[in-house]
Write a protein that binds this ligand. Structure first.
Ligand code: ATP
Length: 308
């Protein structure tokens, strides 16, 4: 137990592959989800308080709920309930991950809050206990805790760590306004039904896993794929312009990140990433473009806070 604030830095993710199986009876889909943590971060700072309170800073702060709908609040409450204590904490989220952008920002904050509260309260939860709580909070939350690269099965929460043999350069085109993940899954089901396609069981691509192992960007570019892309484009057709702009600027691969609307571009190296970022920003087809690398570490306690 400490009374000094605890700050946790937690990364966004991109799905190098998102294979979506048929709709299950429980409303979810089985996935083969190749997660890569990328170097865009939120920071969650936990400070002792009389009652649970959430504050948020950053460009998208006004789009983030401050009540019990915030995933970070739910994480603190879940940990407190398991340990028979009150969630008497102020959580400040310094938000840099786009909101509703398909980069698991809410999940990142949940994982960050969990680790920050565990450290602040000295609950000493095991890694497995933290992962259990993460899985209860949402399909992407366990990966936000562990970071790096992993294959997610089930709803994405059953994780198998993956080896990555190099650094990959990515550019993210952040859109104005988000897309609702459930709405994108519904649109995916609708499009599949309309086309009367038989949806196979989702499988991770062996070529993609090999490209990650060897750190081969060109091979990774040839293997990336996102089964939600058609649905995201159907709901937001202008994303096609963003994807085309990045491709014309030299991206090795261009895809929608998860449920979108953020678009992800794989670049050959840091110089190419800077050029692609510049072209995207100049094109006006996105709000902003961010160049970064992957894989990034998972939720990590940092002290003192680097940003407030
Ligand atoms: P994913 O990639 O996991 O599908 P996403 O990145 O598309 O998610 P989030 O940024 O996690 O989307 O936000 C989805 C919705 O969740 C938001 O519109 C917001 O209402 C709600 N939300 C709850 N907690 C948070 C949080 N801490 N940060 C952002 N959004 C949150």
């Amino acid at each position: 137990m400490t009374t000094a604030p605890v700050t946790v830095r937690v990364p966004a993710k991109v799905n190098a592959q998102l294979a979506v199986g048929p709709l299950r009876a429980d409303g979810f889909h089985d996935l083969a989800n190749v997660f890569l943590a990328v170097g865009l971060y939120d920071e969650v700072t936990a400070t002792p308080a009389d009652a649970l309170r959430i504050t948020v800073s950053g460009p998208d702060a006004d789009q983030v709920p401050l009540d019990s709908g915030n995933l970070a609040a739910r994480a603190a409450e879940a940990l407190a309930a398991r340990h028979g204590r009150r969630a008497d904490v102020h959580l400040h989220i310094a938000k840099d991950i786009p909101v509703a952008g398909g980069m698991a920002g809410g999940s990142a904050d949940a994982a960050g809050a969990l680790l920050a509260c565990d450290t602040l309260w000295g609950t000493g939860a095991t890694r497995d206990e933290l992962l259990d709580i993460c899985a209860e909070l949402g399909s992407d939350v366990p990966f936000s805790l562990v970071g790096g690269a992993a294959l997610g099965r089930g709803r994405g929460e059953l994780l198998e760590p993956l080896t990555v043999g190099g650094t990959f350069h990515w550019v993210f085109a952040v859109a104005d306004g988000g897309l609702s993940t459930p709405a994108v899954y519904r649109e995916c089901d609708r499009l599949r039904q309309a086309a009367a396609v038989t949806v196979p069981a989702p499988e991770a691509s062996p070529a993609l896993l090999a490209a990650l192992r060897t750190g081969d960007a060109a091979a990774l570019a040839a293997a990336v794929g996102n089964d939600l892309q058609a649905a995201a484009l159907s709901l937001r057709p202008c994303l096609a312009d963003t994807l085309r702009t990045g491709t014309e600027a030299g991206a090795l691969a261009a895809l929608v990140s998860g449920s979108g609307p953020t678009c992800a571009f794989l670049a050959e190296d840091a110089d190419a990433a800077a050029r692609i970022g510049k072209a995207l920003t100049a094109s006006g087809t996105c709000r902003t473009a961010r160049a970064t690398t992957a894989p990034a570490p998972g939720a990590t306690v940092v002290a003192p806070p680097t940003r407030r």
